[in-house]
Design a protein around this ligand. Structure first.
Ligand SMILES: NC(=O)c1ccc[n+]([C@@H]2O[C@H](COP(=O)([O-])OP(=O)(O)OC[C@H]3O[C@@H](n4cnc5c(N)ncnc54)[C@H](OP(=O)(O)O)[C@@H]3O)[C@@H](O)[C@H]2O)c1
Length: 323
């Protein structure tokens, strides 16, 4: 496993990391979490991603219990969580990045995770109703109180990220350092030239999510929705249309010979492709079973097989004219 700098910070982050969205609580309990996190850690993963809203807080509880059992040195791993959607319905308790929600929210997250601090705290979505300086000050205060070490954004527009950085710089506050955008072979809109320029000019890091498009890019949905897969979960039936979309399935099928050409499974091919982007600090993987973790961690073995010709062939196959 190689480690990359998180943007221009001094923090080293494993190029593959491991997250708990959907899987923890819905598909995996504490024992599964212990085994999957251990497999990832043994492969060199040092970053474990979570969010307050995942499984209504249960995902943080499971990761906290797993960390307790694993007993790793705190210095040897990074944990993140994210705030925005909230766990309750009242005003100031959901869909906000206001000061009250953030300062109270982080305490709940730390309690569930059983940690004194998270390494990264993300604003899970932008909040147009809270002035950006209020959010930046609140995140700064959370860091000053030792409850998070760095903060970032997730699925924010370029101008909002730059605006947050500028507010922080103007007031000498801790600035956001990392974005968490979707990124995979089929979904690249957070790496348009505008974003690429922003990452370069501001030294912003990127920890990317859904590298397998929720499993679509493994090829497992070619024959329909497999039992027990993410696409079969009732609570996430909104994902089904994208997992069974015929145009997307045709693209995935067309990638298969390219993966075979370098001896990779489709999953490994898709993950190794994400790692070709030097602006990506870490590719956050997800898994519902330990064999998936083992397979996915092996993706790093195929990283160097992506020649410029193969990258062009991938884009041609997907009908993308300019990268
Ligand atoms: N910031 C955000 O808004 C945001 C949004 C989404 C995710 N995230 C983060 O990013 C992480 C990764 O996202 P993701 O879970 O959507 O990643 P993903 O890699 O696109 O999908 C992971 C899912 O694909 C299936 N899978 C994984 N490896 C496989 C393999 N080798 N063979 C067959 N199936 C395989 C598993 O589902 P099944 O076995 O159930 O089919 C697994 O849970 C999340 O855990 C979370 O930490 C962040």
């Amino acid at each position: 496993m190689k480690y990359r700098r998180l943007g221009r910070t001094g923090l080293s982050i494993s190029e593959l990391s491991f997250g708990s969205w959907i899987t923890f609580h819905n598909q995996s309990g504490v024992q599964d979490a212990v085994e999957m996190m251990a497999a990832a850690y043994d492969a060199g993963v040092n970053f474990f991603d979570n969010a307050q809203v995942y499984a209504g807080g249960k995902s943080e509880e499971i990761m906290g219990a797993a960390l307790g059992r694993l007993g790793w040195r705190r210095g040897s791993y990074l944990v993140s969580t994210k705030l925005y959607w909230g766990l309750n319905d009242g005003p100031n308790e959901k869909n906000t990045l206001n000061r009250k929600f953030l300062l109270e929210g982080i305490d709940g997250c730390l309690g569930r995770l059983g940690l004194e601090h998270v390494d990264l705290l993300y604003c899970h979505r932008p909040d147009p109703d809270t002035p950006i300086d209020e959010t930046v000050w609140a995140m700064h205060n959370i860091i000053e109180r030792g409850k998070a070490l760095y903060w970032g954004t997730s699925e924010w527009e370029v101008e909002d990220i730059i605006s947050a950085i500028e507010v922080a710089e103007r007031h000498h506050l801790h600035r956001p350092v990392v974005e968490q955008p979707v990124y995979n072979l089929l979904e690249r809109h957070r790496f348009t030239p505008e974003y690429r320029k922003m990452y370069r000019d501001y030294g912003y890091g990127a920890t990317t999510w859904s590298p397998l498009a929720s499993g679509l890019l493994t090829g497992k949905y070619q024959g329909g929705v497999p039992a027990g897969s993410r696409g079969s979960l009732e609570a996430y039936d909104w994902l089904q249309p994208q997992l069974t979309d015929s145009a997307a399935l045709a693209k995935v099928a067309a990638l298969e010979p390219l993966a075979a050409q370098i001896g990779a499974s489709l999953a490994q091919f898709a993950l190794a492709w994400c790692l070709q982007n030097p602006l990506v600090s870490s590719v956050i993987t997800g898994a519902s079973r330990i064999d998936q973790v083992h397979e996915n961690m092996q993706a790093i073995a195929f990283k160097d097989r992506f020649t410029a010709d193969l990258m062009r062939e991938v884009d041609r196959t997907l009908g993308i004219t300019s990268a």
